[in-house]
Design a protein around this ligand. Structure first.
Ligand SMILES: CC(=O)CC(=O)SCCNC(=O)CCNC(=O)[C@H](O)C(C)(C)COP(=O)(O)OP(=O)(O)OC[C@H]1O[C@@H](n2cnc3c(N)ncnc32)[C@H](O)[C@@H]1OP(=O)(O)O
Ligand SMILES: NC(=O)C1=CN([C@@H]2O[C@H](COP(=O)(O)OP(=O)(O)OC[C@H]3O[C@@H](n4cnc5c(N)ncnc54)[C@H](O)[C@@H]3O)[C@@H](O)[C@H]2O)C=CC1
Length: 279
């Protein structure tokens, strides 16, 4: 059993907290305001209640899992953590600031992991005094369903950190794939440009959102279409990934679709705000 702090109680942080607690670990779920913490805890409760209704979990098991998750607004609560998994906004300067603060709070033995979608683990590690303990742990949405965790080694990640994290991924019943640091890692470098291309096609009038999605479901066997997936991921996250790919590789093929940018500026971020490409 480990003590794990999850930073950010949004789409990903709440899912990560749920699966980590379901595997028997103690979790502190931290966000910057109580309202966000409560939102995350509420999502976990709803998810587990659905599992109980389907007979996949007993009410007692649900209570045990929720009993292992405490909400917090204090970063200081990481003082006795074995592992911190950061899942806050996809922004290098905000993440770096938090990594720098964490470095002064957690015990020497604590591992600092980021769930970033595309950003450099080495750059995040540079905000700390001990880059050897910093690593990428990239989960997929929805976390309770998706099997993969990309484990990303930064330039200075130690073998010990890497081994401990792959063993932890195993222990929470996920499958680790090892990735050497590269913008967008494996999945997002392939997947998010596909979503971006679908947004270009929508804005060019190639087809409707519903039909672009239907085409990819029936023609490529994708479980949901790229625009519905963008709504599920969050349009802000999709845009941030494209911006990172564009900036890091300097290639036009990664240019974010203007319609994606427009929707993010309008606050139409997808499911989490009630509307994106669909309402
Ligand atoms: C941006 C990044 O950095 C990285 C990313 O995450 S990229 C995004 C990666 N994710 C994907 O590509 C997801 C693609 N979509 C899918 O796999 C499927 O559409 C889906 C699993 C999300 C939903 O599946 P579906 O068959 O359409 O719907 P549904 O029948 O309601 O759900 C299937 C199962 O998933 C569960 N599920 C769906 N959404 C869930 C959620 N948010 N939380 C927990 N469980 C969920 C359902 O309860 C159901 O479970 P059972 O089979 O045990 O009953
Ligand atoms: N949405 C997705 O499908 C996926 C997202 N990711 C990555 O996970 C991270 C989080 O993404 P989401 O959960 O989608 O975002 P979200 O917008 O749903 O949640 C982010 C949460 O972080 C909180 N936050 C902001 N600053 C904070 C701070 N300093 N300390 C603690 N909490 C803070 C916000 O209040 C918010 O609740 C991002 O890096 C994203 O790229 C990774 C895999 C999939």
């Amino acid at each position: 059993m480990k003590k794990v702090m999850v930073l950010g109680a949004g789409t990903m942080g709440s899912g990560i907290a749920q699966v980590v607690a379901a595997a028997g670990n103690e979790v502190v779920l931290r966000d910057i305001s109580q309202e966000f913490v409560d939102g995350g805890l509420g999502r976990i409760d709803k998810n587990l209640a659905r599992a109980v209704k389907k007979g996949k979990l007993t009410p007692e098991q649900k209570d045990e899992i929720t009993g292992r998750i405490k909400g917090s607004t204090e970063l200081q609560d990481a003082a006795d953590a074995d592992l911190v998994i950061e899942a806050i906004v996809e922004n290098m300067s905000i993440k770096s600031k938090v990594f720098g603060e964490l470095d002064g709070i957690v015990p020497d033995s604590c591992i600092l992991a980021s769930n970033t979608s595309a950003l450099s683990i080495s750059q995040l590690a540079a905000a700390t005094k001990n880059a050897a303990r910093v690593i990428g742990m990239h989960f997929f949405n929805p976390v309770p369903v998706m099997q993969l965790v990309e484990v990303i080694k930064g330039a200075k990640t130690s073998e010990g950190t890497y081994q401990a994290v792959t063993a932890f991924v195993d222990s929470i019943n996920k499958k680790a794939v090892t990735v050497n640091e590269a913008p967008g890692f494996v999945v997002n470098r392939l997947l998010v440009p596909l979503i971006n291309e679908a947004v270009f096609m929508l804005s060019e009038g190639v087809s409707t959102a519903a039909e672009i999605d239907e085409a990819m479901k029936l023609g490529a066997n994708h479980p949901i279409g790229p625009l519905a997936l963008a709504d599920m991921i969050g349009l802000d996250v999709c845009l941030a990934v494209m911006e990172t790919l564009h900036q890091e590789f300097g290639e036009d093929k990664y240019r974010p679709a203007p319609l994606l940018r427009k929707k993010v500026r309008a606050g139409e971020l997808g499911k989490k705000t009630g509307g994106g490409f669909y309402s």
